[in-house]
Design a binder for this molecule. Structure first.
Ligand SMILES: [Zn+2]
Length: 161
């Protein structure tokens, strides 16, 4: 029991927790709402829903714009360029094989990564309170403060007794 209590204390005293950011990034990667982790963030391939269908959290404040595309380009480049070199070194295939293979790999990887990357970026904007997400972040923190105060007060009472 004491171990569990200590663990809980560490979590609640962490300043807007690094774990929370990682968790939100992971949920965004899976296309889930950053707030409830259940509702679908996307109403179409790259269209973010105005509100979470599960908890109603406003998601229309997101301003991912073309940043996901830049991130995907960097990721795909770092995956494909070493692969091209490796395949050339090991198999030395004719050039037409390269011409047929790599554009297809780039298209498939790019399409596969775009939605997860955009989801993670929207989650990051949400958890950092960027753009229109600031009001929601302030509201979350305002909700968190009374709970922390209540816990501290009850702790003081127990100590006083
Ligand atoms: Zn939600």
């Amino acid at each position: 029991m004491p171990a569990e209590a200590a663990h809980h204390e560490t979590q609640s005293s962490a300043p807007s927790g690094a774990a929370t950011v990682v968790q939100v990034l992971r949920n965004g990667w899976r296309g889930r709402c950053p707030n409830c982790r259940e509702g679908r963030m996307f109403r179409a391939f790259l269209k973010v829903a105005d509100q979470c269908p599960a908890c109603g959290e406003e998601l229309h404040h997101q301003r991912a714009d073309d940043f996901p595309a830049y991130v995907v380009i960097v990721m795909v480049g770092h995956i494909v360029v070493p692969l091209v070199l490796e395949v050339e070194m090991i198999f030395a295939p004719p050039y037409w094989v390269h011409m047929a293979l790599w554009p297809a790999v780039v298209v498939v990887l790019g399409l596969a990564l775009l939605q997860p990357v955009k989801g993670a970026i929207v989650g990051l904007q949400w958890v950092l309170g960027m753009h229109g997400f600031e009001a929601a972040k302030l509201a979350r923190e305002a909700l968190a403060v009374p709970v922390a105060n209540a816990a501290r007060t009850s702790g003081d009472n127990q100590g006083g007794m």
